[in-house]
Design a protein around this ligand. Sequence first.
Ligand code: ADP
Ligand code: MG
Length: 306
Amino acid sequence: MNKPIVAMTEAWPFIRHYRNKTFVIKAGGAVLSNPEAVKSIAQQCAMMSDLGIRIVLVHGGGAQATKLSRRLGIEPQMIAGRRITDAETLEVAKMVYAGTVNVDLVSALREQGAAPVGISGVDAGMIVAKRRPLVKIKDDSGNERTVDFGFVGDIQSVNTNLCTKLLQDGFLPVVACLGADEKGHPLNINGDTVAEALAKALEAEKLIFLTDMPGILRDSGDPSSLIPFADADELASVLESGIVAGGMRPKVEACIRAATAGVKRTHIIDGTAVRSLLLEVFTGEGTGTMIVGDREKQEYQEKQIG
Ligand code: ADP
Ligand code: MG
């Protein structure tokens, strides 16, 4: 039989199931520094949007912020995958996240015929956050330190009104990972955390993290050590074991909270791999690490057996 027709028939149940459902997709800075990956992600998001999936694209821009910081003579400081944001770094975050990266993503989506609207968590009080107090934290070497993260926000509430209105009207919100306090003062917020908060508030069907790794690895130097499937409890012990470091840590923490809060499926996949999003969404194959809640785990295991 004709190949495209076979492929379309296979994808049909997924297309039907996901129509009108919300996916929150987060593209990390590592992926966004690869122009081919940006084009491919834009194409896949545009296609899913055309198939009736309500896509919200959240982005970071850590790699780009680091680059601009250095150009401006400011050496970035990271602890446990999170950026220390002094006043100058907050300026950089605004320029990069709500500026270059956001506009470039909107532009790439326009090129693919989608209807993107670039916003940040500051708009319409979407992400309300509180400046983080001094915290005791274990750094990547496992040493406890007291850290002032500066203008970094911890999310307090999410107002989905703007996103919902845009989605209802067929737009594709592209959300830069900034938030603001009650008075509207901007704060830098980790993109993984913004995606998690939006997925929970929008009761998303899926939360998908696109990064530059095949998923969560037991050994970050060995792609064959991929953890293909985990629930929140298993992930908590993975975190405890210390095999997850740097920027993967906030991602795994976000997955645990999302799964616990009822987001059915959370995925960490390689955004640089060819059509990885479509493969995940429209085939039974799946890629990367899939994180599920308890109920989903039971269903999945029954299906595996059955
Ligand atoms: P993004 O821009 O997508 O948020 P980050 O650089 O913040 O990406 O986080 C992903 C990075 O986390 C990977 O590039 C990898 O270097 C690092 N990492 C640390 N531990 C692991 C692990 N166990 N599995 C996969 N990646 C890991
Ligand atoms: Mg990151």
